[in-house]
Design a binder for this molecule. Structure first.
Ligand code: 8YV
Length: 323
């Protein structure tokens, strides 16, 4: 059933999300959200936005008087001005839960690869060094004896903690608040956590409070056997300080799935042998991305058919559907 409702799709969107949007709504795709791309027709008709990559800022929200809902493809919705949306009584939804286990799996894969150098060991084999020169080197890194700290003990943080526990390693965490009845040790500062552990996993969302939170002093506190894993957002890290720390041996190694200015990765980072780098693939399996796509579309259907969003973000939880 195609509803007489226009959904604006800025930039690219997951194929399945787009196909299901076309089955259910009138879809208008735009290559940019520059004021010049937003025609009078779009201004008059847009009641929903489905977005994956583009910033949905206050200016765009203000330009669309009929806008009721912004459905974000991804659990992190830092590109959407949700506070402004809430002020304008516009609902914002994200895609929690469906990607939790996948992202946690990726975090552990990245951690193991960083410690045991499996990507480099495989390159050793493929380049025939094993045959010609013998076994790959014994890795200085190991998970054995490590103490893990998690920055951001939300749903994904907890899924990572469960896996770390199964690996037989102690877990501590830092969050805005301690979690009631949590089995893990809470530190009320990030630096305090970094001092207490030697392996820091960042899952914290990108907010003004977390911007460059992992800085030179946190890395110094982590120490020379320190390992930093980032599966959250690149903006949470002072990337220049991290590169410096890896170059100088202030910390031992890093595994990064996210970067400050994606998809750009600084050449100095690419040159580092003690960094494992992934192109933001935390949730990037067909299975999980399909589930995320369905949740984006189901949020829009539920909003327009039943007046309720399935997964509203915290800022817009109180936003009611228009009568
Ligand atoms: C996706 C993510 O890469 O959910 C998130 O916050 O970062 C990832 O799952 C992203 O949403 C794709 O646009």
């Amino acid at each position: 059933m195609t509803r007489d409702i226009t959904i604006l799709v800025p930039g690219k969107l997951h194929e399945r999300a787009l196909a299901r949007l076309h089955e259910n709504f009138r879809v208008v795709q735009v290559a940019s959200v520059e004021p010049s791309a937003i025609t009078a027709e779009i201004v008059e008709q847009t009641r929903g936005i489905a977005t994956s990559f583009f910033a949905i800022d206050a200016g765009l929200i203000d330009r669309l008087p009929e806008l009721e809902i912004i459905a974000n493809f991804g659990v992190g919705y830092d590109k959407v001005d949700a506070k402004h949306a809430a002020m304008r009584h516009v609902m914002v939804t994200n895609t929690p839960d469906v990607l939790t286990e996948e992202v946690a799996d990726t975090a552990l894969g990245l951690l193991i690869n960083t410690m045991r150098e499996f990507p480099r060991a495989e390159a050793w084999l493929r380049d025939r060094h094993w045959e010609k020169e013998g076994p790959y080197r014994l890795t200085p890194g190991t998970l054995r004896g490590r103490k893990v700290g998690i920055f951001g003990m939300g749903r994904i943080g907890q899924a990572i903690a469960r896996r770390i526990e199964a690996f037989g390693l102690p877990v501590s965490y830092h969050n805005r608040r301690a979690i009631e009845a949590s089995p893990y040790t809470y530190y009320d500062t990030l630096e305090g956590l970094a001092e207490a552990v030697d392996t820091l996993i960042n899952v914290a969302p990108s907010t003004p409070e977390t911007e460059k939170a992992i800085d030179a002093s946190v890395l110094k506190a982590l120490g020379p056997s320190g390992v930093f894993i980032n599966i959250g957002r690149g903006t949470t890290v002072d990337e220049a300080a991290l590169i410096e720390a890896l170059e100088q041996g202030t910390i031992q190694a890093a595994g990064l799935d996210v970067f400050e200015k994606e998809p750009h990765v600084p050449a100095r980072l690419l040159a580092l042998p003690n960094a494992v780098l992934l192109p933001h693939v935390g949730s990037a399996s067909v299975w999980t991305r399909n589930a995320m796509a369905d949740l984006v579309v189901n949020n829009l259907i539920s909003w327009f058919d039943e007046g309720r969003a399935l997964t509203p973000v915290a800022e817009t939880r109180g936003v009611q559907a228009r009568a």
